[in-house]
Design a protein around this ligand. Sequence first.
Ligand code: ZN
Ligand code: ZN
Length: 176
Amino acid sequence: MFKCLICGFNKLEMEPYGKEYPSGEVCSCCGFQFGEDDDKGISHEGWRESWIKKGCPFWYMPDFLENWNLEEQLRGIGITLEKNNEIKNICPVCEFDGLDEPAYNMLGYGSYDICSCCGFQFGLNDDPQKIKGIKKWRENWIMDGFEWHYKPNKPEDWSPFEQLSALVNQQYENHQ
Ligand SMILES: [Zn+2]
Ligand SMILES: [Zn+2]
């Protein structure tokens, strides 16, 4: 069994580029065909990125593994899957999970979307230092009383304390 260079699925029957020529095998997981798709000029990175963006659909279901662990599989090839991006797009600032797109793509670029909850714009308000920008914005947002940014999108039963993880709540305990 061999490992797919794109998605890390380790049940390939042939080594993708083991011989002088590519195997021609299609990865059951990500659907990439070695020697065919790359021949068309599609890069492994490009395929991986779009596959992840689509939500990592298992390509050939008959080969689907009951205990498939996508995150672990990707970790095996050094890719950390943001769990958030898989199903829900979570704002890294306020942890609202209803963003239309992932806040950041695989390459770390911001989507330029504005979070309807905290008003943070990904790719803009985090410039020049992402982590610092996010933390600062979160802090201000919390200190200012968790104001919902775009009112029409505000869920009726919204509670900032439920939305924020225990860790963040703990950090700001005195201000709630
Ligand atoms: Zn694959
Ligand atoms: Zn937000």
